[in-house]
Design a protein around this ligand. Structure first.
Ligand code: SF4
Ligand code: SF4
Length: 261
């Protein structure tokens, strides 16, 4: 994984080419899995929670920490490295990544980095995605002969599913709060729950007055009972509502009866 000072600041597209190969016999094998900051998305948490057979609360407590983004006041989630000099990832072993098939999206992309810019398009705001190379001296993968396009690298690393599921959530990260409306602690906790703590968010929907307050159609309610991906996407709507960015959820006519005074 990369540190930001190793980023080669050239914007690449899906057709840009890359010479790279990572394999078990390379002399730097697993060197990139130490002393790194890996930002986790809601889908990363879901995959790792299931892989480790933990509840989301257990996973968050044992393997993550939170940082508040200075610009947006959003709570960001990072993977907790081991508390030793090397700061090794808790999932790295002599044989490589122990959670390889469920590794986070950022680990999949590496040594490619991905960025998104929000810009004004003809029909309103549009998201413009771009890529860049994280070229670090300890990584010998760039000396190998195998070539890729960014598109074929993405396909090989199976990041499409991650990007598709996290798309609206990532777009949310680019939205500014309304002026003077930084998230207070309560809103940060709601943001955190709906983004990362899926088990708690599901309990919140089904074991509080939530369904008395918000007008959610029966089909969606049924889906939210068991479908974790649907829950992630619904979480974005809830966060948008909490941040007062969009009227993404409708209140029931008699909602005020159920709201806490
Ligand atoms: S080639 Fe690069 S990505 Fe692969 S193990 Fe070495 S440092 Fe990590
Ligand atoms: S999750 Fe796996 S690939 Fe990512 S840093 Fe940890 S060991 Fe390396």
């Amino acid at each position: 994984m990369g540190k930001m000072d190793a980023v080669v600041p050239t914007k690449l597209t899906l057709d840009s080419r890359l010479k790279f190969r990572c394999h078990k016999d390379i002399k730097c094998f697993t060197r990139c899995c130490s002393n790194i900051d890996i930002m986790l998305t809601p889908y990363d948490v879901l995959r790792l929670r299931d892989r480790l057979e933990m509840t989301s609360e257990e996973f968050l407590t044992e393997h993550t920490y939170v940082k508040i983004d200075e610009k947006t006041s959003h709570p960001l989630l990072l993977l907790q490295m081991n508390d030793d000099e090397e700061r090794r990832c808790p999932f790295v072993s002599e044989d490589g990544c122990k959670v390889y098939t469920d590794r986070p999206g950022n680990c999949r992309y590496y040594p490619v980095g991905q960025g998104t810019i929000r810009k004004e398009g003809k029909n309103g705001p549009e998201l413009d995605e771009f890529y860049f190379i994280i070229d670090e001296p300890h990584c010998y993968g760039f000396d190998e002969k195998k070539t890729w396009t960014i598109a074929s690298w993405r396909e090989d690393q199976e990041v499409d599913r991650y990007d598709e599921i996290n798309k609206e959530w990532k777009a949310l990260q680019l939205r500014k709060n309304l002026p003077g409306k930084e998230l207070d602690e309560k809103k940060q906790m709601q943001f955190f729950m709906a983004s990362y703590d899926l088990d708690k968010f599901r309990r919140f929907i089904f074991e509080s007055n939530f369904l008395h307050i918000f007008d959610i159609d029966d089909k969606t309610v049924e889906k939210l009972k068991t479908d974790d991906v649907a829950l992630i996407k619904f979480g974005v709507k809830y966060i948008n509502y909490v941040m007062m960015l969009e009227e993404s959820l409708k209140l029931k006519k008699d909602a005020s009866k159920y709201k806490k005074k």
